[in-house]
Design a protein around this ligand. Structure first.
Ligand SMILES: [Fe+2]
Ligand SMILES: [Fe+2]
Length: 474
């Protein structure tokens, strides 16, 4: 299934055969470009950036790299190959053929799922729009823009589904995707984490590590959907998403490495002293981790959720790697153990797995998050330094779910409001932390040069050296 680039909207869905749909998307396209120019990367619209563009949806070799001015990026509609005779893998329709059209009874639920996912995509572009001005290197600047154009494409992916399968309602939703804006007091983005600012590059790496990883788990569970166009869309989006999390993991890892190097070079025992040498101390890193993990954990929703159970039973949203799980895929009989907070006490609940699917997905996410922490700690260990970065307990700093009813330390101990207030500044980034990190954010624009607070990457992009001219500023 090759992608047709001769069309105004590149696609592999034979868009030219469906004139109504083609017209709807072509009418939306100029509004999208206006949005991109206005709320996309600030100040870099007319320069050449070395970007990858999807040219096929094959697992091997799907991308083409070249210089492109971002507004000319070929945003398009790419679905993964259909799976022959694919059957619904779970829920009450299990074993029946997957749907190519939306069943009437699930129309509004599916629309809401698609809109909620779609809304996050342009939100992150808006959140990151000022970061280019303070890039730590040309390599990083390019990666930021790569993430941004692909989040833009993910919006296209969701808008395609809305326009193709939800008629007039879908078209209205597509318009509203560009009307809501991150942090807008009147028309905010749908989910909390997507209205937070991404004020500096450390926040950007944390966001792409933790929040894009929430995206991975949401997309992976939608990739199991009985609604086949959604499944195929999400499967291809996951291919792109992997790079975003790579940017986050290696970004934080490089900050950790540089901090270690500075501590060694200046023979520092107290990690806090690294600030004097222009590095980001472990304490600040830990507070950023605490913030971004907890905000991203909220995105999975309440521990116990009948909505999640209904999505599953209907076949709309599966578990992570549903088809690899060996059970009846109905879950009515499965028990699930989870932690909760009742009558001001932490409790362990045994409940039906069906109602605990949000928590199950959050658990999968948390395990995945820990892998990066392990790699970052290994860097610290390799430098013979005694410090360990940790994921906070799932109860810490939650705004959604049972734990939002109490105050908990990063270790998960219930504390009073006053203890929380007294200690909050050692658990979450403070104004002073943000100001310090902001003070380090000075643009580095010479190819191959890195800001002092971050180590160079192990290698460049697409086989190019680290000092390749990834962005042509001129
Ligand atoms: Fe995305
Ligand atoms: Fe992403």
């Amino acid at each position: 299934m090759s992608i047709d680039y001769s069309q105004r909207i590149p696609n592999n869905v034979n868009l030219s055969d469906n004139k109504r749909l083609q017209r709807a998307l072509e009418a939306w396209q100029p509004r999208y470009i206006d949005w991109w120019r206005e709320l996309g990367p600030d100040g870099y619209q007319d320069i050449d950036v070395y970007l990858r563009t999807a040219v096929s949806v094959d697992t091997g070799g799907w991308a083409h790299f070249d210089y492109v001015k971002m507004p000319d990026y070929r945003w398009g509609i790419f679905l993964a190959e259909p799976e022959q005779d694919r059957q619904i893998g779970f829920g009450e329709h299990k074993g029946k053929p997957v749907w190519q059209d939306v069943p009437g009874e699930y129309r509004s639920t599916l629309r809401r799922l698609i809109v909620t996912q779609g809304d996050t995509e342009p939100a992150s572009v808006e959140q990151q729009r000022l970061l280019g001005k303070t890039c730590p290197s040309m390599y990083d600047l390019r990666n930021l823009f790569q993430v941004n154009v692909e989040e833009g494409r993910h919006l296209w992916a969701m808008v395609y589904l809305l326009d193709a399968h939800f008629g007039r309602d879908g078209r209205e939703e597509a318009e509203e995707m560009l009307d809501r804006h991150s942090g807008d007091p009147d028309k905010p983005r749908i989910l909390g984490a997507f209205n937070e600012a991404t004020p500096d590059w450390l926040s950007f790496y944390m966001f792409t590590y933790f929040t894009d990883r929430d995206g991975k788990y949401q997309l992976a569970s939608l990739a199991e959907s009985a609604f086949d166009p959604l499944s195929r869309t999400c499967r291809f989006m996951l291919t792109e998403e992997a790079h975003h999390m790579f940017v986050g993991e290696t970004g934080v890892g490089r900050v950790v490495r540089r901090t270690c190097e500075l501590m060694k070079e200046h023979d520092l025992d107290d990690p806090a002293d690294v600030r004097e040498h222009g590095g980001i101390d472990f304490g600040t890193l830990q507070r950023y981790i605490n913030f971004h993990y907890s905000v991203s954990a909220d995105l999975f929703g309440s521990e116990i959720s009948t909505n999640a159970a209904n999505y599953y039973t209907a076949g709309l949203k599966g578990r992570y790697h549903e088809t690899r799980i060996d059970d009846d895929h109905l879950l009515a009989e499965n028990e699930f153990e989870l932690q909760s907070f009742e009558d001001r006490r932490r409790v362990v609940l045994r409940t039906s797995e069906l109602t605990a699917l949000n928590q199950r997905l959050r658990d999968d996410f948390t395990k995945d998050c820990q892998r990066g922490l392990d790699r970052w700690n290994k860097i610290i260990e390799e430098h013979d330094l005694d410090y360990e970065l940790r994921l906070p307990d799932q109860a810490f700093h939650r705004q959604i779910g049972a734990f939002s009813e109490g105050c908990f330390t990063p270790e998960g101990t219930l504390v009073s409001d006053s203890i929380w207030r007294q200690n909050k500044d050692s658990w979450l980034p403070t104004e002073e932390d943000f100001a310090f990190v902001a003070s380090l954010m000075k643009p580095v624009t010479e190819p191959g040069k890195m800001a002092n607070w971050i180590a160079p990457p192990a290698r460049g992009i697409n086989g190019n050296p680290v000092d390749f001219e990834y962005v042509r500023l001129a």
